[in-house]
Design a binder for this molecule. Structure first.
Ligand code: AHM
Ligand code: MG
Length: 341
C-alpha cells in the first residue's frame, strides 16, 4: 500500500486566487491575475530592499516628486517594478502612482481589454528606508468606467474609494507580508523565502472592535484640534486609573502602523493642523486603500466628518485627514471630534 505523509497544506497566493475564482463562477480571472502580478512585483521589490545596504541604492536620486519630497532610489525602483509588471500583465488598463503628476494609460491592444486600473504608493514610509525600518507598498484597484476595448481615461482613476474592487498592501519587515481585501474578506500572505512564494498565513482577518494602542505623531500635539487633543489626553488620563490601559506606538511608516492596528486593534490618527488642514496623507494612494481594507475587516475609517470611502475626489493627489482602526475606538473618537465643528 502506498502511504502519503500528510503535511500542513500551504496555500500560495496563486492557489488562493484560483480557489476564489471557483467560488464566483462569473469571474473572468482578471482580478486574480492582477493580484498575482502585484505579488510578483512585491517579490522583486522585496529582493531589492533586502540587499539595499550592499548596493548603492540607499539615498536620494536628487529629484523631487509631485509633492516636493525627495525621491529615494528605492522609490524609483519600486515604482518601475509595479508599473512594468502591470503593463506586461493582461489585467490592467493603466496605473497612477503617488510619485507622478498624472496617470499612465497603457493603451495597447491587450491592456485596452482590461477591466481594471490600479493606483499605488510604490514605497510608503520611504523616509525610513536608510534606517532599515519597515516600509511598504499600498494599492487600490478600481473597475474602469470607460468602455473595455478602448484606452482607459483619467476619470477612471478619480473615483470614490467605495468603488474599489480590491485594495491591499505589502509590508517589508522582519517577514514580508502581502495583505489584500475584497468585499468578501481580508487575507494575509507571508513570503516564504525558501520557495519564493506568498503563502496564506493570516486567513479572514478581522480587526478587533477594541484595541489598546493609539498611533499618532505626538510631536505635533499642540497643532492638533481641540477634539483630537482631548481624545489623546483622555487616553493618557485613563492610564492613571488603569495602568497600561493604552500604549502609544508610532513607527512613522503607515504600513507598519496600520498592519499592527489591523491585527491587534487600536486606532491610527493623522489629523490636520493650521498649516495643513487636510494633514499629510493622500486620499487616493494611502487613505482609500486602508479604509477599504479596514472596512472589509470590520474596522472603520473617517476624515472626522465623513466616511473616507464616501469622499468624492477632486483630483488624484488630494490629501485627507485620516482616522482609522477598531470600530469602537473610531466611534468614540467621533464624539470628541464634535468639539471641532
Ligand atoms: P511618504 O508617502 O512620503 O512615505 O509619507 C507617508 C508617511 C506615512 O507612511 C506615515 O504614516 C507618515 O508619512 C508619517 O508622517 P509624519 O512624519 O509627519 O508623522
Ligand atoms: Mg506614502
Amino acid at each position: 500500500m502506498t502511504t502519503v505523509i500528510e503535511r500542513k497544506k500551504l496555500l500560495t497566493l496563486d492557489e488562493f486566487t484560483i480557489q476564489q475564482l471557483r467560488l464566483f463562477p462569473n469571474a473572468t480571472g482578471q482580478l486574480s491575475s492582477l493580484m498575482r502580478d502585484i505579488g510578483l512585483a512585491a517579490k522583486r521589490i522585496n529582493a531589492e530592499i533586502n540587499k539595499a545596504g550592499l548596493l548603492d541604492i540607499f539615498g536620494v536620486t536628487g529629484d523631487l516628486n509631485k509633492h516636493g519630497e525627495e525621491v529615494k532610489k528605492l522609490d524609483v525602483f519600486a515604482n518601475n517594478e509595479l508599473t512594468n509588471v502591470l503593463k506586461n500583465g493582461v489585467s490592467c488598463a493603466g496605473v497612477g502612482s503617488e510619485e507622478w503628476e498624472g496617470t499612465l494609460i497603457f493603451d495597447d491592444a491587450k491592456s485596452n481589454q482590461s477591466k481594471y486600473v490600479v493606483l499605488f504608493d510604490p514605497l510608503d514610509g520611504s523616509s525610513n528606508i536608510d534606517n532599515n525600518i519597515c516600509i511598504g507598498s499600498i494599492f487600490g484597484i478600481y473597475r474602469r468606467n470607460s468602455p473595455v476595448g478602448s484606452p482607459c481615461t483619467t476619470a477612471d482613476f478619480v473615483q470614490p474609494g467605495d468603488r474599489q474592487i480590491a485594495a491591499g498592501y505589502v509590508i517589508y519587515g522582519p517577514s514580508t507580508v502581502l495583505v489584500y481585501a475584497t468585499r468578501h474578506g481580508v487575507n494575509g500572505f507571508t513570503l516564504d523565502p525558501a520557495i519564493g512564494e506568498f503563502c496564506l498565513s493570516h486567513p479572514d482577518i478581522i480587526c478587533p472592535a477594541n484595541g489598546s494602542t493609539y498611533s499618532i505623531n505626538h510631536s505635533n500635539f499642540f497643532q492638533y484640534s481641540v477634539g483630537v487633543r482631548k481624545y489623546i489626553n483622555d487616553m493618557q488620563r485613563w492610564n492613571e486609573q488603569v495602568p497600561d490601559a493604552f500604549s502609544q506606538r508610532y513607527v512613522g511608516s503607515m504600513v507598519a502602523d496600520m498592519h499592527r492596528t489591523l491585527l491587534q486593534g487600536g486606532i491610527f490618527l493623522y489629523p490636520g493642523n493650521a498649516d495643513k488642514p487636510q494633514g499629510k496623507l493622500r486620499l487616493m494612494y494611502e487613505c482609500n486603500p486602508f479604509a477599504f481594507i479596514f472596512e472589509a475587516a470590520k474596522g472603520e475609517a473617517t476624515n472626522g466628518k465623513q466616511r473616507i470611502l464616501d469622499i468624492v475626489p477632486k483630483e488624484l493627489h488630494q490629501r485627507s485627514q485620516f482616522y482609522c482602526g477598531s470600530s469602537n475606538m473610531i466611534n468614540r473618537l467621533k464624539q470628541y471630534l464634535k468639539w471641532d465643528i
